[in-house]
Design a protein around this ligand. Sequence first.
Ligand code: UD1
Length: 421
Amino acid sequence: MESIYIHGGVALQGQVRIQGSKNAVLPVLAATVLIEGTSIIENCPRLLDVYHMQALLKSLGCVCLWDGEKLKVNAAGVDLVHALGGMPQDAAKGMRSSIILLGALLGRTGEVRIEYPGGCVIGERPVDIHIEALKKLNVQFEETIQGLYAYTDRLRGAEIDLPVPSVGATENSILAAVLAEGITIIRGAAREPEVVTLCEFLSACGADITGGGSSTIIIKGVEKLSGAQFRIPGDRIVAGTYLCACMAAGGEVLLKEAPVEQMQAVLHVAEQMGACCQQAKEGLYVQMHERPLTLEKLVTQPYPGFPTDMQSPFLSVLTLAKGTCIIEENIFENRFHTVPYLQAMGAAVQQTDAHHVKVSGVEELHGFTVSAKELRGGAALVIAGTAAKGETVVDGCRFIERGYENICRDLRELGVRIYGV
Ligand code: UD1
């Protein structure tokens, strides 16, 4: 799908099921290489990043089979030859999560060559913290222009103090520690729900992990892991995206299987802006019947704070709110790619430096041809188009397909006149 066409300005109405979480399933799929038997991953979303991970697993000797919404992974064939053989470049470069194969493969084969990861164009995304953490577990590194060569004679448990609560570095440390000799303590760990999901999956496979979801995680190395059947929770960012579409265009929607518990910071902000959000048996019920109210300031923070992935979608909503808001992006720089396009749609928004924008709400946006430059920014432009009067065309939609199974189908179920070509 290259472009999305939206005839906006109509309030949303209806219900949609929220797909399984992208950011939760990718580390779980990476973890399957630690397991010699078969893992069955239920509620696995069918999206570009999952297909990229599937290609990487295949290149490592895994057999991956889809069965409806389940992905079965058998990693019996993973060996040193595959781990050193090089991974398909387009898949490794296409997404940031390829880096978490590092910890998993060290646990399985003790030696790995890996490309520097790709992903969205949202500022500097170094891997120094991943490397320093793994060095503590007795891993040696050689850095080359193409990527990293990492090896260990034996992974050994250690105390790791993360300087910032990096989600990826926490996941890599966990993956390397589960089969290491002895005890690993990760301090300053990321508390994101995706880290909890990874710990739950590994525990279901026989790992000994405590403290997932807190800033201290303790892992006692075990001899081996065996396959498990495991369900991926709903995607909190996809649910948040459709919440924003409803806030921008108005209406009443039910987001089935939305992981409400994981969305507290987002729901708090949505309610301050005038949305009525209720936890229902099936998921999240949202009503928005007035123009959104603005906030004084919206600040992104590590979990349980307001997530960086929801910053662009909320910027789209704030372009229509009553009053002026400052957004402060603290996790990444360069995450305001939508600003010139929102301006072209009639928004009063200015980027003041790499980490701040100032947005004064206008009464309405108008349709325009805009371009997705990265995943969440692309979804944010779809939200703006859903609320705007007239026709919006969003080009560059391959980025959106990295994280949304079918954003057009989902929004059509909520009554939006939208189609992709
Ligand atoms: C980040 C988000 C995660 C989101 C994902 C996809 C946070 C804390 N993490 O995870 O919620 O789902 O993007 O958009 O919000 N850093 C380093 N060196 C490293 C690793 C990270 O300096 O080796 C820095 C990053 O530049 C960033 C911060 O640490 O400023 C957090 O990064 P990290 O959590 O690792 O990013 P992701 O795992 O990609």
